[in-house]
Design a protein around this ligand. Structure first.
Ligand SMILES: [Zn+2]
Length: 380
Protein backbone atom coordinates (compact mmCIF):
# COMPACT_ATOMS: atom_id res chain seq x y z
CA UNK A 1 0.00 0.00 0.00
CA UNK A 2 2.82 2.39 0.91
CA UNK A 3 4.19 2.00 -2.63
CA UNK A 4 0.89 2.95 -4.25
CA UNK A 5 0.45 5.93 -1.96
CA UNK A 6 4.00 7.00 -2.75
CA UNK A 7 3.17 6.78 -6.46
CA UNK A 8 0.07 8.90 -5.81
CA UNK A 9 2.26 11.48 -4.05
CA UNK A 10 4.67 11.51 -6.99
CA UNK A 11 1.86 11.98 -9.50
CA UNK A 12 0.32 14.73 -7.36
CA UNK A 13 3.67 16.48 -7.11
CA UNK A 14 4.28 16.27 -10.84
CA UNK A 15 1.07 18.16 -11.67
CA UNK A 16 0.84 20.16 -8.45
CA UNK A 17 4.16 21.91 -9.06
CA UNK A 18 3.30 22.83 -12.66
CA UNK A 19 1.25 26.04 -12.85
CA UNK A 20 -0.01 24.97 -16.28
CA UNK A 21 -1.97 22.27 -14.41
CA UNK A 22 -2.59 23.40 -10.86
CA UNK A 23 -2.24 26.69 -9.03
CA UNK A 24 -2.14 26.78 -5.23
CA UNK A 25 -4.65 24.35 -3.69
CA UNK A 26 -6.53 23.58 -6.92
CA UNK A 27 -7.14 20.00 -8.07
CA UNK A 28 -7.17 16.76 -6.11
CA UNK A 29 -5.93 13.19 -6.46
CA UNK A 30 -6.79 9.74 -5.19
CA UNK A 31 -5.88 6.06 -5.02
CA UNK A 32 -8.35 3.28 -4.32
CA UNK A 33 -8.64 -0.41 -3.52
CA UNK A 34 -11.90 -2.35 -3.43
CA UNK A 35 -12.52 -1.20 0.16
CA UNK A 36 -10.78 2.14 0.64
CA UNK A 37 -10.17 5.45 -1.07
CA UNK A 38 -7.25 7.73 -0.21
CA UNK A 39 -7.89 11.29 -1.30
CA UNK A 40 -6.25 14.67 -0.81
CA UNK A 41 -7.85 16.81 1.87
CA UNK A 42 -9.74 19.92 0.84
CA UNK A 43 -7.35 22.87 0.62
CA UNK A 44 -4.16 20.83 0.37
CA UNK A 45 -1.44 21.72 -2.11
CA UNK A 46 -0.81 18.80 -4.49
CA UNK A 47 2.67 20.11 -5.15
CA UNK A 48 3.74 19.60 -1.54
CA UNK A 49 1.55 16.93 0.00
CA UNK A 50 2.14 16.10 3.65
CA UNK A 51 1.32 12.64 5.02
CA UNK A 52 -1.64 14.13 6.84
CA UNK A 53 -3.07 15.53 3.59
CA UNK A 54 -4.11 12.06 2.41
CA UNK A 55 -7.38 10.99 4.00
CA UNK A 56 -8.53 7.36 4.04
CA UNK A 57 -12.23 6.75 3.49
CA UNK A 58 -14.45 3.68 3.57
CA UNK A 59 -15.85 3.04 0.09
CA UNK A 60 -18.76 1.14 1.60
CA UNK A 61 -19.81 4.33 3.38
CA UNK A 62 -19.10 6.48 0.33
CA UNK A 63 -21.36 4.26 -1.78
CA UNK A 64 -24.29 5.26 0.43
CA UNK A 65 -23.93 8.90 -0.63
CA UNK A 66 -24.76 7.92 -4.21
CA UNK A 67 -28.25 6.66 -3.57
CA UNK A 68 -29.25 8.93 -0.69
CA UNK A 69 -31.85 11.60 -1.34
CA UNK A 70 -30.43 14.90 -0.12
CA UNK A 71 -33.43 17.04 -1.08
CA UNK A 72 -33.44 20.18 -3.17
CA UNK A 73 -32.26 22.87 -0.73
CA UNK A 74 -28.70 23.46 -1.98
CA UNK A 75 -27.33 24.74 1.30
CA UNK A 76 -28.73 21.91 3.39
CA UNK A 77 -27.77 19.33 0.78
CA UNK A 78 -24.11 20.40 0.65
CA UNK A 79 -23.96 20.53 4.45
CA UNK A 80 -25.39 16.98 4.73
CA UNK A 81 -23.07 15.68 2.01
CA UNK A 82 -20.11 17.27 3.76
CA UNK A 83 -21.05 15.55 7.03
CA UNK A 84 -21.49 12.20 5.28
CA UNK A 85 -18.09 12.59 3.64
CA UNK A 86 -16.49 13.35 6.97
CA UNK A 87 -18.14 10.35 8.61
CA UNK A 88 -16.80 8.11 5.82
CA UNK A 89 -13.28 8.85 7.05
CA UNK A 90 -11.53 6.04 8.90
CA UNK A 91 -9.43 8.45 10.96
CA UNK A 92 -11.44 10.69 13.23
CA UNK A 93 -8.49 12.46 14.82
CA UNK A 94 -8.13 15.16 12.17
CA UNK A 95 -9.95 18.39 11.42
CA UNK A 96 -9.24 17.98 7.69
CA UNK A 97 -12.06 17.38 5.32
CA UNK A 98 -12.15 15.25 2.17
CA UNK A 99 -12.29 17.15 -1.12
CA UNK A 100 -15.80 18.06 -2.29
CA UNK A 101 -14.99 16.07 -5.42
CA UNK A 102 -14.47 12.85 -3.42
CA UNK A 103 -17.60 11.10 -4.73
CA UNK A 104 -16.43 11.61 -8.33
CA UNK A 105 -13.11 9.96 -7.48
CA UNK A 106 -14.91 7.09 -5.76
CA UNK A 107 -17.19 6.59 -8.76
CA UNK A 108 -14.41 6.12 -11.33
CA UNK A 109 -13.31 2.47 -11.22
CA UNK A 110 -9.61 3.09 -11.79
CA UNK A 111 -6.98 2.89 -9.07
CA UNK A 112 -5.47 6.33 -9.70
CA UNK A 113 -7.46 9.49 -10.47
CA UNK A 114 -5.76 12.87 -10.91
CA UNK A 115 -8.00 15.91 -11.23
CA UNK A 116 -6.44 19.18 -12.42
CA UNK A 117 -7.41 22.51 -13.98
CA UNK A 118 -4.93 22.75 -16.89
CA UNK A 119 -4.68 26.12 -18.61
CA UNK A 120 -4.80 24.89 -22.21
CA UNK A 121 -7.51 22.33 -21.49
CA UNK A 122 -9.53 25.11 -19.89
CA UNK A 123 -8.85 27.29 -22.95
CA UNK A 124 -11.00 24.71 -24.71
CA UNK A 125 -13.47 24.00 -21.87
CA UNK A 126 -14.12 27.71 -21.22
CA UNK A 127 -14.70 28.48 -24.88
CA UNK A 128 -17.83 28.78 -27.00
CA UNK A 129 -16.93 25.50 -28.73
CA UNK A 130 -16.23 23.53 -25.54
CA UNK A 131 -18.65 20.72 -26.23
CA UNK A 132 -18.34 20.39 -30.01
CA UNK A 133 -14.53 20.57 -30.07
CA UNK A 134 -14.02 18.27 -27.06
CA UNK A 135 -16.25 15.70 -28.74
CA UNK A 136 -14.52 16.17 -32.07
CA UNK A 137 -11.01 15.88 -30.61
CA UNK A 138 -11.56 13.12 -28.05
CA UNK A 139 -14.77 11.46 -29.30
CA UNK A 140 -15.38 7.97 -27.98
CA UNK A 141 -12.45 8.11 -25.56
CA UNK A 142 -13.79 10.75 -23.27
CA UNK A 143 -16.83 11.85 -21.33
CA UNK A 144 -17.87 15.50 -21.65
CA UNK A 145 -19.95 17.01 -18.84
CA UNK A 146 -21.64 20.39 -19.20
CA UNK A 147 -21.10 22.90 -16.37
CA UNK A 148 -22.78 22.09 -13.05
CA UNK A 149 -22.52 23.67 -9.63
CA UNK A 150 -19.63 21.98 -7.80
CA UNK A 151 -20.52 19.50 -5.08
CA UNK A 152 -23.36 17.02 -5.19
CA UNK A 153 -25.02 18.39 -8.34
CA UNK A 154 -21.81 17.99 -10.32
CA UNK A 155 -21.28 14.53 -8.89
CA UNK A 156 -24.78 13.40 -9.97
CA UNK A 157 -24.24 14.71 -13.48
CA UNK A 158 -20.85 12.98 -13.79
CA UNK A 159 -22.38 9.79 -12.38
CA UNK A 160 -25.10 9.86 -15.02
CA UNK A 161 -22.48 10.23 -17.75
CA UNK A 162 -20.16 7.56 -16.35
CA UNK A 163 -22.99 5.01 -15.95
CA UNK A 164 -24.12 5.56 -19.55
CA UNK A 165 -20.51 5.28 -20.76
CA UNK A 166 -20.08 2.08 -18.75
CA UNK A 167 -23.24 0.51 -20.17
CA UNK A 168 -22.20 1.30 -23.70
CA UNK A 169 -18.50 0.55 -23.61
CA UNK A 170 -18.17 -1.91 -20.73
CA UNK A 171 -15.53 0.24 -19.06
CA UNK A 172 -15.16 3.63 -17.39
CA UNK A 173 -13.96 6.75 -19.19
CA UNK A 174 -10.28 7.50 -18.56
CA UNK A 175 -10.84 11.14 -19.47
CA UNK A 176 -13.68 13.26 -18.09
CA UNK A 177 -13.85 16.86 -19.29
CA UNK A 178 -15.96 19.27 -17.27
CA UNK A 179 -17.01 22.53 -18.86
CA UNK A 180 -15.66 25.68 -17.18
CA UNK A 181 -13.77 23.57 -14.68
CA UNK A 182 -11.10 21.02 -15.67
CA UNK A 183 -10.31 17.37 -16.27
CA UNK A 184 -10.32 14.02 -14.43
CA UNK A 185 -7.80 11.46 -15.67
CA UNK A 186 -8.07 7.91 -14.34
CA UNK A 187 -6.15 4.69 -14.89
CA UNK A 188 -4.87 1.63 -13.05
CA UNK A 189 -1.43 2.50 -14.35
CA UNK A 190 0.39 5.66 -13.25
CA UNK A 191 2.38 5.64 -16.50
CA UNK A 192 -0.86 5.74 -18.44
CA UNK A 193 -2.04 8.77 -16.45
CA UNK A 194 1.10 10.61 -17.58
CA UNK A 195 0.65 9.43 -21.18
CA UNK A 196 -3.00 10.51 -21.21
CA UNK A 197 -2.20 13.97 -19.84
CA UNK A 198 0.50 14.39 -22.50
CA UNK A 199 -1.84 13.17 -25.25
CA UNK A 200 -4.60 15.57 -24.19
CA UNK A 201 -2.20 18.50 -24.21
CA UNK A 202 -0.75 17.52 -27.59
CA UNK A 203 -4.17 17.07 -29.16
CA UNK A 204 -5.41 20.45 -27.96
CA UNK A 205 -2.12 22.18 -28.80
CA UNK A 206 -2.42 21.05 -32.43
CA UNK A 207 -5.55 23.21 -32.71
CA UNK A 208 -3.89 26.27 -31.24
CA UNK A 209 -2.54 29.06 -33.41
CA UNK A 210 -3.11 31.94 -30.99
CA UNK A 211 -0.69 31.68 -28.06
CA UNK A 212 -0.33 33.96 -25.03
CA UNK A 213 2.74 36.18 -25.38
CA UNK A 214 4.20 36.30 -21.90
CA UNK A 215 7.39 38.14 -22.81
CA UNK A 216 8.34 40.28 -19.87
CA UNK A 217 7.68 43.96 -19.60
CA UNK A 218 9.69 45.74 -16.96
CA UNK A 219 7.52 47.09 -14.19
CA UNK A 220 6.95 50.73 -15.01
CA UNK A 221 8.43 53.25 -12.57
CA UNK A 222 5.12 55.05 -12.65
CA UNK A 223 3.22 52.17 -11.07
CA UNK A 224 5.85 51.82 -8.34
CA UNK A 225 5.54 55.53 -7.65
CA UNK A 226 1.77 55.43 -7.23
CA UNK A 227 1.69 52.16 -5.22
CA UNK A 228 1.96 53.71 -1.73
CA UNK A 229 -0.98 55.96 -2.52
CA UNK A 230 -3.01 53.04 -3.91
CA UNK A 231 -2.15 51.01 -0.83
CA UNK A 232 -3.59 53.76 1.34
CA UNK A 233 -6.78 53.69 -0.68
CA UNK A 234 -7.34 49.96 -0.18
CA UNK A 235 -6.13 49.86 3.43
CA UNK A 236 -8.89 51.93 5.01
CA UNK A 237 -10.08 49.02 7.15
CA UNK A 238 -6.86 47.04 7.49
CA UNK A 239 -3.40 47.03 5.98
CA UNK A 240 -3.40 45.28 2.61
CA UNK A 241 -0.54 43.67 0.68
CA UNK A 242 -0.15 44.39 -3.00
CA UNK A 243 1.91 42.92 -5.82
CA UNK A 244 2.31 44.08 -9.40
CA UNK A 245 2.82 41.96 -12.50
CA UNK A 246 3.02 42.89 -16.14
CA UNK A 247 3.90 41.24 -19.42
CA UNK A 248 2.86 41.52 -23.04
CA UNK A 249 -0.25 39.36 -22.61
CA UNK A 250 -1.56 41.26 -19.58
CA UNK A 251 -0.92 44.59 -21.25
CA UNK A 252 -2.69 43.56 -24.44
CA UNK A 253 -5.97 43.00 -22.57
CA UNK A 254 -5.79 46.40 -20.86
CA UNK A 255 -5.75 48.37 -24.10
CA UNK A 256 -9.47 49.25 -24.03
CA UNK A 257 -12.87 48.34 -22.55
CA UNK A 258 -13.74 45.76 -25.16
CA UNK A 259 -10.49 43.87 -24.64
CA UNK A 260 -10.94 44.08 -20.87
CA UNK A 261 -14.42 42.61 -21.44
CA UNK A 262 -12.70 39.33 -22.44
CA UNK A 263 -11.11 38.97 -18.99
CA UNK A 264 -13.81 40.67 -16.94
CA UNK A 265 -15.61 37.62 -15.51
CA UNK A 266 -14.53 34.30 -13.97
CA UNK A 267 -14.25 31.13 -16.04
CA UNK A 268 -14.09 28.58 -13.24
CA UNK A 269 -15.13 28.18 -9.59
CA UNK A 270 -11.47 28.26 -8.53
CA UNK A 271 -10.99 31.72 -9.96
CA UNK A 272 -13.85 33.00 -7.80
CA UNK A 273 -12.44 31.36 -4.69
CA UNK A 274 -9.17 33.27 -5.05
CA UNK A 275 -9.96 36.42 -7.06
CA UNK A 276 -13.75 36.83 -6.63
CA UNK A 277 -15.91 37.56 -9.65
CA UNK A 278 -15.35 41.25 -10.49
CA UNK A 279 -12.14 43.08 -11.26
CA UNK A 280 -11.44 46.80 -11.35
CA UNK A 281 -10.14 48.16 -14.66
CA UNK A 282 -8.89 51.71 -15.11
CA UNK A 283 -8.59 52.93 -18.67
CA UNK A 284 -6.46 55.99 -17.94
CA UNK A 285 -2.82 56.45 -18.90
CA UNK A 286 0.26 58.66 -18.63
CA UNK A 287 -0.72 61.11 -15.90
CA UNK A 288 -0.22 59.63 -12.41
CA UNK A 289 -2.66 62.01 -10.79
CA UNK A 290 -5.38 61.08 -13.27
CA UNK A 291 -4.69 57.38 -12.74
CA UNK A 292 -4.95 57.80 -8.97
CA UNK A 293 -8.17 59.76 -9.30
CA UNK A 294 -9.67 57.13 -11.56
CA UNK A 295 -8.63 54.39 -9.13
CA UNK A 296 -10.13 56.22 -6.18
CA UNK A 297 -13.43 56.77 -7.97
CA UNK A 298 -13.35 53.26 -9.39
CA UNK A 299 -12.80 51.73 -5.96
CA UNK A 300 -15.72 53.65 -4.46
CA UNK A 301 -18.08 52.62 -7.24
CA UNK A 302 -16.81 49.03 -7.19
CA UNK A 303 -17.40 48.70 -3.47
CA UNK A 304 -20.85 50.21 -3.61
CA UNK A 305 -21.82 48.03 -6.62
CA UNK A 306 -20.44 44.72 -5.39
CA UNK A 307 -20.00 45.16 -1.66
CA UNK A 308 -16.33 44.19 -1.40
CA UNK A 309 -12.83 45.45 -2.07
CA UNK A 310 -11.52 44.16 -5.44
CA UNK A 311 -8.67 41.64 -5.28
CA UNK A 312 -7.49 42.59 -8.75
CA UNK A 313 -6.78 46.11 -10.07
CA UNK A 314 -5.91 46.52 -13.74
CA UNK A 315 -4.31 49.69 -15.03
CA UNK A 316 -3.80 50.38 -18.73
CA UNK A 317 -0.12 49.93 -19.80
CA UNK A 318 0.96 49.37 -16.20
CA UNK A 319 -0.34 45.85 -15.52
CA UNK A 320 -2.23 44.04 -12.79
CA UNK A 321 -2.10 44.56 -9.05
CA UNK A 322 -3.30 42.06 -6.45
CA UNK A 323 -4.84 43.23 -3.20
CA UNK A 324 -4.82 40.84 -0.26
CA UNK A 325 -4.78 40.90 3.53
CA UNK A 326 -2.32 37.99 3.41
CA UNK A 327 1.12 38.55 1.94
CA UNK A 328 1.59 35.02 0.60
CA UNK A 329 -1.77 35.23 -1.11
CA UNK A 330 -0.93 38.33 -3.11
CA UNK A 331 1.30 36.17 -5.37
CA UNK A 332 -1.27 33.37 -5.73
CA UNK A 333 -3.98 35.87 -6.69
CA UNK A 334 -1.72 37.12 -9.49
CA UNK A 335 -1.07 33.53 -10.65
CA UNK A 336 -4.77 32.74 -10.74
CA UNK A 337 -5.69 35.93 -12.58
CA UNK A 338 -2.86 35.44 -15.05
CA UNK A 339 -4.31 31.98 -15.67
CA UNK A 340 -7.72 33.58 -16.37
CA UNK A 341 -6.08 35.82 -18.97
CA UNK A 342 -4.30 32.86 -20.59
CA UNK A 343 -7.53 30.84 -20.67
CA UNK A 344 -9.23 33.76 -22.40
CA UNK A 345 -6.40 33.95 -24.93
CA UNK A 346 -6.46 30.18 -25.66
CA UNK A 347 -10.26 30.27 -25.95
CA UNK A 348 -9.85 32.50 -29.02
CA UNK A 349 -8.77 29.34 -30.84
CA UNK A 350 -12.15 27.81 -30.04
CA UNK A 351 -14.69 30.55 -30.76
CA UNK A 352 -13.86 32.93 -27.91
CA UNK A 353 -14.39 33.04 -24.13
CA UNK A 354 -17.39 31.53 -22.37
CA UNK A 355 -17.70 32.82 -18.78
CA UNK A 356 -19.72 31.36 -15.93
CA UNK A 357 -23.17 32.98 -15.80
CA UNK A 358 -24.45 35.13 -12.93
CA UNK A 359 -26.39 32.35 -11.22
CA UNK A 360 -23.40 30.01 -11.33
CA UNK A 361 -21.17 32.75 -9.93
CA UNK A 362 -23.56 33.51 -7.07
CA UNK A 363 -23.74 29.86 -6.09
CA UNK A 364 -19.95 29.74 -5.62
CA UNK A 365 -19.79 33.04 -3.80
CA UNK A 366 -22.25 31.78 -1.26
CA UNK A 367 -20.80 28.35 -0.94
CA UNK A 368 -19.50 27.64 2.50
CA UNK A 369 -17.30 24.75 1.41
CA UNK A 370 -15.30 27.00 -0.88
CA UNK A 371 -14.77 29.51 1.89
CA UNK A 372 -13.52 26.70 4.07
CA UNK A 373 -11.07 25.59 1.38
CA UNK A 374 -9.76 29.12 1.08
CA UNK A 375 -9.27 29.33 4.83
CA UNK A 376 -7.47 25.98 4.95
CA UNK A 377 -5.16 26.97 2.10
CA UNK A 378 -4.31 30.21 3.88
CA UNK A 379 -3.13 28.27 6.91
CA UNK A 380 -0.86 25.98 4.87
ZN1 LIG B 1 -11.77 20.98 -9.62
Amino acid sequence: MQTQLEILRQLSKRYGTDKDYIIASGGNSSYKTADYLWITASGSFLGKLQDTDLLKLSRKKLAKLRSKNYGSDARKREEDVKNDLVSSMTDTGTNKRPSVETSIHDLIEYAYVIHTHPTRVNGLLCSNQAESMTKKLFGEMALYVAYQDPGYTLFKKVEQGVLAFRRERKRDPKLIFIQNHGIFVGSDSPEEIIRLYAMVDETISKEITIYPDVSQRSIDKQILAIMPEVRNMVSKERLMFMKVRNHALIESYLENESLFEKISRPFTPDIIVFCKSRYLYVNVEKNSEKILNALEKGLKKFQSDYGYLPKILLVKHLGMISVSDNEKYSEIILDIFEDLIKISCYSENFGGPHFMNDREVTFIEEWEAEKYRYEMARKT
